[in-house]
Design a protein around this ligand. Structure first.
Ligand code: NAP
Ligand code: FE
Length: 364
């Protein structure tokens, strides 16, 4: 049995927002724009969005305090702004952090008596409608049901456990044209890890694999530019499409080991999300006992072996992590409780194997 469900209306391409902005009128008269502190003001996306809302006569309030890896505290603060302003829908504008935050805020605004970390406690909560406008080519959150929240009380990041697909995604690669090289690389690696973790996943299907295989081609065509640090607009368009395809993949499959293992590296060591997954990836690939599909993926990318992949990722990722054995044991202990991610890995994997993925990746 194959299930496929991805209900977001996607408008992809140059001027997608301008061309189709009138579709926002279906969601009400007042919007809460949820965005980060700086980038949307610099890359033109906020000005364009505000201009469209004004033309359409839709009122708006801006909450521009979303940090990277958004915390529950910030989400609750933003939700209060939405409640007191009486908004009808939310527009997540920016990287994965603001879009994820908008999904969670939409739930707290829709059900005002929810408080603190209630979002993790009750299943099937409804959200106000979400419109997503991504400005990074990484998370694919514009076409996923997930929202990853930093929970300081538990010293980790975790998915909110609800299903909130944006109603509409306006995806325009031009917002990424001036993204610094390091952010472009971090986010491109995140998109690649979605493609690969979805492809090498218990839940993969012929539909998700078809999307992933096209994504591998687009990612591999972008690698030279990423390595050179000179990224053409054509490559940025390919990365944006790869990221959206990758979101469609993980909306079906979920992510698996690298994402589950990477959260500890982001929380404790401050590694950007894509790097936290990517730095573990070669060892994750080596941990497969049956690796036919790993080799198929590599061949689609024009690579002959896992060691070719490792060289490539060693060139893309130059971060060094200061970490000791006790920390690795503690991260492994926490991860081994993460049954959801373990279930998505198609083979059984032991505590020692998880420990070695961390150790061999981080202590060389
Ligand atoms: P991000 O945390 O949203 O943003 C990273 C940085 O990039 C910020 O400094 C941001 O600046 C800046 N930025 C954003 N767009 C830019 C642009 N066009 N030009 C220049 N700078 C720009 O990064 P992200 O990697 O997209 O999102 C990561 C988050 O998404 C993590 O919390 C991760 O766990 C989550 N995630 C979610 C899913 C999902 O399906 N929901 C999947 C994977 C990852 P400002 O802060 O000033 O805007
Ligand atoms: Fe991710």
């Amino acid at each position: 049995m194959i299930n496929y469900y991805m209900p977001t209306k996607v408008y992809f391409g140059s001027d997608s927002l301008k061309t189709h902005s009138n579709t926002m009128k279906n969601f009400g008269n007042k919007a809460l724009i949820v965005t980060g502190r700086n980038s949307s003001k610099k890359n033109g996306s906020l000005t364009e969005l505000v201009g469209e809302l004004e033309t359409l006569g839709i009122n708006y309030v801006i909450f521009d305090e979303i940090e990277e890896n958004p915390s529950l505290e910030t989400i609750l603060r933003g939700a209060e702004v939405g409640k007191s302003s009486g908004v009808d829908f939310l527009i997540g504008l920016g990287g994965g952090s603001p879009i994820d935050a908008s999904k969670a805020m939409g739930i707290y605004i829709k059900t005002p008596n929810l408080k603190d970390d209630d979002i993790f406690k009750f299943p099937n909560l409804d959200s106000l409608p979400i419109i997503a406008i991504p400005t990074t080519s990484g998370t694919g959150t514009e076409v996923t049901q997930y929202s990853i929240i930093t929970v300081h009380k538990e010293q980790t990041k975790k998915n909110f456990g609800q299903s909130v697909f944006p109603k509409i995604a306006f995806i325009d690669p031009k917002y990424t044209y001036n993204t610094p090289v390091d952010i472009t690389i971090n986010t491109a690696i995140d998109a690649f890890t979605h493609l690969a973790e979805g492809y090498l996943n218990t839940n993969s299907t012929i539909i998700s694999d078809s999307l992933a295989e096209k994504g591998f081609v687009l990612f591999s065509e972008s690698i030279d530019d990423l390595l050179r640090g000179n990224i053409t607009t054509t490559t940025r368009e390919k990365l944006m499409m790869a990221s959206t395809l990758a979101g469609m993949v993980i909306a079906q499959t979920g992510t698996s080991l690298p994402h589950g293992l990477g959260y500890a590296l982001t929380y404790n060591k401050g590694l950007p999300h894509g790097i936290a997954n990517g730095i573990l990836f070669a060892e994750y690939l080596k941990a497969f006992k049956f690796n036919d599909k790993v080799l198929k993926m590599l061949s689609i990318m024009g690579l002959e072996s896992i060691s070719d992949f490792e060289h490539l990722f060693d060139s893309l990722i130059t971060h060094k992590v200061q970490i000791d054995i006790d920390e690795i044991k503690s991260y492994t202990n926490s991860f081994i409780m993460n049954k959801a991610k373990l279930k998505n890995h198609p083979e059984s994997i032991s505590y020692d194997e998880i420990y070695l993925i961390y150790k061999k990746s981080l202590i060389k």
